[in-house]
Design a protein around this ligand. Structure first.
Ligand SMILES: [Ca+2]
Ligand SMILES: [Ca+2]
Length: 91
């Protein structure tokens, strides 16, 4: 993260690292979502969620609007909330 090796992380270095991390996460997220969404309709059904134990276990929490399908938005919101919690806990 300390790209100019001056021993401290500047704001620019920090935002570049965060952006790279977010971009990578977003790609990974899209890939994971497509893998789970076996029929490619843009939603993960309860059956499709079975390929991912974590997803299956938390299906009801993630499916906020209770339509029996997890949309990309729902999954993204859940992951974001989990990451914020993680950040709070590591402080
Ligand atoms: Ca699907
Ligand atoms: Ca839903």
């Amino acid at each position: 993260m300390d790209t100019n090796k001056n021993g401290s992380i500047s704001r620019t270095e920090f935002s570049a690292a965060m952006k790279a991390r977010l971009d990578k996460q977003s790609t990974l997220f899209d890939r994971a979502f497509s893998v789970a969404d076996a029929n490619g309709d843009g939603f993960i059904s309860r059956d499709e969620a079975k390929v991912n134990p974590q997803l299956a276990e938390h299906f009801d929490e993630i499916d906020v609007d209770r339509d029996g399908q997890v949309s990309k938005q729902e999954l993204r919101a859940t992951i974001r909330a989990a990451q914020l919690n993680e950040l709070k806990n590591t402080k």
